[in-house]
Design a protein around this ligand. Structure first.
Ligand SMILES: Nc1nc2c(ncn2[C@@H]2O[C@H](COP(=O)(O)OP(=O)(O)OP(=O)(O)O)[C@@H](O)[C@H]2O)c(=O)[nH]1
Length: 622
């Protein structure tokens, strides 16, 4: 490697920092892989597919959760067709997550780059996250390089979508590059265009060091690995470093670049992208968005834009087998090492026993966390229906932040405020009517509508976030035969006529089923839950009323009629041992029953009722 390309000695003039942004499944990881091969960083034969998606769960779901950065040496040949300046370059490719829940991570990754490849599937065209990511990239002042992928597909329509993309980015149709990440066609051109179009990083080499943390992951063997982009000055392996949001200082154990494995270096200079291993114990001490400086002669002003990730969606997680509670706690502790956005605290439910109230960035984040708990830690979990955070003001002027419906304050409420999102829906125009109808039933307000081409439309809505966390996405997909895509971002709060609906068994509220819903849908929620529980709870020796109530007012009621379940009914004659066996078995079964007042409810009834209203019946799809 020429000395001028070594980490720490690289001239910023030959550095190009870029990322690839795309809607899910448009081929970002495949293109990244292809670039690793073309630049020789990864051997064609040794490379397993989707090298950058390291976690098993990412591989299985085929999605990228954590971003990674790879250093690619690239030589632009003389006389290249693209007209890029020939020579040796260092390209830093930063892979970003594509899903709405991880928008903050995407925006941090963007800050570390000067250009973004906007990748669009040539058979599908622009989707909601293409737009969302494009707007983020434009907000970060990045140069946009539009690229159509999958041109090898028979169903590809590159001419149509190139025009769409050019219209969106505001460039000439001929400037839209066309590639197949699968076959490799056109990818070399993209690399040369990156060199040609991306501005070289600018920074003050002799200023105190400032580096932006754009990712932070926990590695079982190496501890926390922090990914940074140096803005000014130099970070050296001899430095003690300081995190500027907390002023905490840490020892620097190692510094280096990823190409494609960790390669140690002495230093990282202006514009360079690499990793740090420090004395940090968990990722919460090394937060994405924070600024790293050196302890001595450190910078005094942090880079802007640091945001603390706040959970947006809460749900209770309970082990189905109560004995697994300590295991669940341990598992959550471990996950939090690698996930600064995951919040949890212990919670007890009369119906479900001991568990945790967990806070997530969104539904996908929740689903992934639950999946990992079950898969990596062998836990069987039940989760309560997800809910958002409500601000409740009482008539006596006190404020409550409600993250759990069962904590909804009693007494006279003067106002309830709920979080609102700005949603962008992209769809073929045939479905405008049905989408509007759906958004209306979810209390949405249309903010605007634009045609991207003759038959594709972008609709912008504000919607209460609480309505989105249930089954909105599923309904949108089914109403549009899977063609619509959705993206949303938090956009303040609004006052709303919300009430808490309790579900009571024989007059006893069952905490796990309490929900905060709009007054207009309270009745249907009550009827649905009462009906469902009637199906699920076995008859008892006495009549059991199931009621749904707002405060003391009952809005729906069902009855489970009395019946004694006589397990001996089929045992004629005097075989006492067989009778005993049956009675024993009944006792066993009763152990798994939960008592709600005098009513015995099998745990499975809770599980079944929650899994059809809650997250399990509402799996976020890609
Ligand atoms: N035919 C064809 N298929 C492709 C091409 N590029 C990617 N694919 C396929 O498209 C699917 C999605 O590709 P990924 O690279 O996983 O997409 P991604 O954008 O990284 O997805 P996320 O990580 O979920 O955001 C995979 O099945 C790829 O094999 C291409 O150029 N041609």
């Amino acid at each position: 490697m020429p000395a001028a390309l070594r980490p720490g000695q690289t001239d910023p003039a030959v550095i190009r920092n870029f990322c690839i942004i795309a809607h899910i499944d448009h081929g970002k990881s495949t293109l990244a892989d292809r670039m690793l091969h073309l630049t020789g960083v990864l051997d064609e034969r040794s490379g397993r597919a989707q090298y950058l998606d390291r976690m098993d769960i990412e591989r299985e779901r085929g999605i990228t959760i954590k971003s990674q950065a790879v250093r690619l040496p690239w030589t632009v040949p003389t006389g290249n067709a693209e007209g890029a300046e020939p020579g040796d370059y260092v390209l830093n490719m930063i892979d970003t997550p594509g899903h709405v829940d991880f928008t903050y991570e995407v925006s941090r990754s963007l800050e570390a780059c000067e250009a973004a490849i906007l990748l669009v599937d040539a058979a599908q065209g622009i989707e909601a996250q293409t737009l969302a990511n494009l707007y983020l990239a434009m907000g970060a002042d990045l140069h946009i390089i539009p690229v159509l992928n999958k041109i090898d597909l028979p169903s590809a329509n590159p001419d149509k979508y190139a025009a769409e993309l050019a219209g969106l980015v505001g460039c000439d149709v001929d400037d839209v590059l066309r590639v197949s990440a699968k076959t490799g066609e056109g990818v070399e051109t993209v690399l040369n265009e990156i060199v040609k179009q991306t501005p070289a990083p600018v920074g003050v080499a002799d200023a105190p060091a400032r580096a932006l943390i754009f990712d932070s992951v926990y590695d079982t063997y190496r501890g926390v690995i922090t990914y940074v982009r140096v803005i000014d000055g130099k970070l050296s392996h001899r430095d003690r470093i300081k995190m500027m949001s907390t002023n905490a200082t840490h020892e620097m154990l190692e510094i280096g670049v990823i190409s494609p494995e960790q390669v140690k270096a002495g230093e990282l200079g202006v514009g360079e992208v690499g990793y740090l291993i420090t004395g940090v114990k968990d990722v919460r001490q090394s937060r994405v968005g924070d600024t790293v400086t050196s302890q001595h002669h450190g910078a005094t002003e942090a880079l802007g834009g640091y945001k603390h990730p706040n959970p947006m969606v809460y749900a209770g997680l309970y082990p189905i087998d109560g004995d697994q509670y300590p295991d669940l706690r341990e598992a959550l502790e471990k996950l939090q090492l690698n996930d600064a956005a995951l919040a949890y605290e212990p919670e007890t439910s009369g119906a479900l026993g001991f568990g945790f109230r967990c806070g997530f960035l969104g539904l996908l984040h929740m689903e992934i966390t639950r999946d990992r708990l079950e898969r990596e830690f062998g836990l069987d979990l039940i989760s309560t229906a997800p809910n958002v955070v409500y601000e409740v003001t009482m008539e006596d002027g006190t404020h409550h932040e409600v993250t759990n419906p069962s904590e909804y304050p009693d007494g006279k409420v003067s106002e309830v405020r709920e979080p609102v999102v700005r949603a962008t829906i992209l769809s073929p125009s045939d479905f405008i009517g049905t989408i509007m109808e759906l958004c209306q039933t979810k209390r949405g307000t249309l903010q605007g509508m634009d045609y991207l081409s003759e038959d594709r439309v972008e609709m912008r809505y504000t919607l209460p976030m609480g309505e989105i966390v249930f089954d909105f996405f599923d309904q949108l997909k089914s109403r549009t035969k899977g063609y619509a895509s959705l993206d949303y971002e938090r956009s303040g709060e609004q006052a709303a006529d919300l009430v808490k609906v309790d579900i009571l068994l024989q007059g006893e509220p069952v905490d796990a089923f309490s929900a905060i819903v709009h007054r207009d849908t309270a009745y249907s929620y009550g009827v649905m839950m009462a009906g469902k529980l009637k199906e699920l709870i076995p008859r008892q020796q006495f009549e059991v009323p199931i009621q749904a109530a707002i405060g003391t007012r009952v809005i729906a009621r069902e009855n489970i009629r009395a019946m004694r379940k006589d397990v001996l009914a089929k045992c004629y004659g005097g075989d006492i041992s067989r009778k005993r066996k049956l009675l024993e078995k009944q006792k066993e079964g009763k152990k798994r029953m939960k008592m709600v007042g005098r009513v015995e409810v099998p745990q499975e009834a809770f599980v079944a009722a929650l899994s059809t209203t809650g997250p399990a019946g509402d799996k976020p799809k890609k």
